[in-house]
Write a protein that binds this ligand. Structure first.
Ligand SMILES: Cc1cc2nc3c(=O)[nH]c(=O)nc-3n(C[C@H](O)[C@H](O)[C@H](O)COP(=O)(O)OP(=O)(O)OC[C@H]3O[C@@H](n4cnc5c(N)ncnc54)[C@H](O)[C@@H]3O)c2cc1C
Length: 363
């Protein structure tokens, strides 16, 4: 029950809705007209709208303008995108949110007036090094956000974003919370030193940090860009405390570009237990030996309420399973997800004893 209560899916809007502030502004203009003080009311409306648009930080209340500051194709379908706010932002979402929540932002396609969610990663493009770098603790790169995107042949928004050029502007709204984890009070920070020297990591070197509370371990099944929420949790400031059993399905690992190195290091340092399923190598979870696959999938263990200074048994067994990918993938792993509800847990997870109490299927 505890885990079920701990998640909150707050928003997922696919069509634009006018905000109450916008309606308020229209109302003000009508009032001004009826008073005959047209120029004054236009001035007031303009003034309030400018103030509203000038708010520099990302917000769910209004769209904020960003420019494309870096775009790099990984292959024909996948690309990295860095967005830099037009007005510098001081709000550090990586520090504020940490790994207590998985979050996304909406990017607006203004020609057809639709928005799509995308999941930011804590990187910036370092022009002098010619590569993306992880933000250090306390840094927010003035509000830059990095994305890993896939464009679809018939897709509206990702294909449109891919067609934009450097310095073109896009509008963002957010952050939207996709999933919320139990948040232990006054827990110590988890460091990210292991991610400093990616190339040199050949084996586990990390000294195990002893936390005040027993960390929650999770099982995560991801496919394609569904891996981004997992990476956000693992790479953000004070990253995920527990062990993540990550089963990632993709065509080929190379489609992850520079992100694959991060997964490898996290695996070597035992922060994750990585199981790659590359369909180009016959690893599609629908094609592999089902018995062997089921043997690799851990069974759920009950999550003990967070115990401060209690004995830490160091077990890595997961208590929660998150599934993120296309509909057919979700169905294979955890049973069909309905439009507005989770649907019963089925598929591979059901075989291993998981149920609706401890499984969450992402939208
Ligand atoms: C919370 C959240 C976070 C997300 N984060 C990311 C992210 O970080 N990176 C990212 O690339 N995407 C992410 N997505 C998906 C993204 O929001 C869009 O759904 C995706 O970019 C497709 O939108 P589109 O307008 O390009 O295609 P659409 O116009 O929506 O789709 C057109 C066609 O494209 C194909 N298509 C679309 N989506 C899929 C799919 N998932 N699998 C297979 N075929 C598909 C289908 O043929 C579909 O008919 C996220 C979604 C959510 C809900």
């Amino acid at each position: 029950m505890f885990l079920q209560k701990s998640f909150v899916r707050l928003y997922s809007l696919n069509a634009l809705k006018s905000t109450s502030r916008f309606n308020w502004k229209r109302h003000k203009v009508i009032y001004g007209l009826s008073c005959g003080a047209l120029s004054f009311s236009i001035y007031m409306a303009y003034n309030s709208l400018s103030r509203f648009n000038d708010s520099p930080n990302l917000s769910t209340d209004h769209f904020t303008k960003y420019r494309i500051s870096y775009k790099k194709d990984i292959d024909e379908e996948h690309f990295l995108l860095e967005l830099t706010p037009i007005l510098t932002q001081n709000q550090n979402l990586w520090q504020i949110i940490g790994s207590t929540k998985i979050w996304s932002v909406e990017i607006k396609q203004p020609e057809i007036m639709v928005v799509r969610n995308y999941t930011p990663l804590p990187f910036y493009f370092d022009a002098s090094a010619g590569q993306i770098q992880l933000l250090k603790d306390g840094e927010n790169a003035d509000g830059k956000l990095m994305f890993y995107l896939k464009q679809y042949k018939n897709g509206e928004v990702a294909r449109w974003i891919h067609g934009l050029g450097i310095n073109d502007t896009v509008e963002l709204r957010g952050p939207y919370i996709e999933y919320e984890f139990p948040n232990p009070n006054h827990e110590m920070k988890r460091d990210r030193n292991i991610l400093k020297d990616l190339e040199k990591t050949t084996h586990a070197t990390e000294q195990k940090q002893i936390f005040k509370y027993e960390p929650l371990n999770i099982l995560m099944f991801t496919a394609g860009t569904g891996v981004v929420p997992a990476l956000q949790l693992l790479l953000t400031e004070s990253p995920f405390y527990g062990t993540m059993h990550l089963f990632h399905s993709c065509k080929t690992k190379s489609e992850l570009g520079p992100l694959s190195k991060y997964l490898d290091v996290l695996d070597k340092q035992n922060r994750i237990k990585l199981h790659m399923h590359e369909s180009s190598k016959g690893g599609n979870i629908k094609d592999v030996n089902i018995k062997e696959l089921l043997n690799q999938i851990p069974e759920p263990v009950p999550y003990k309420e967070m115990k401060s200074n209690g004995p830490h048994n160091n077990n890595t067994n997961p208590s929660l399973a998150l599934v993120c990918g296309p509909d057919s993938f979700i169905t294979t792993v955890a049973g069909e997800k309905y439009d507005f509800s989770q649907g019963p847990v089925g598929g591979l997870l059901k075989e291993k004893g998981w149920d609706n109490q401890n499984v969450y299927k992402f939208p």
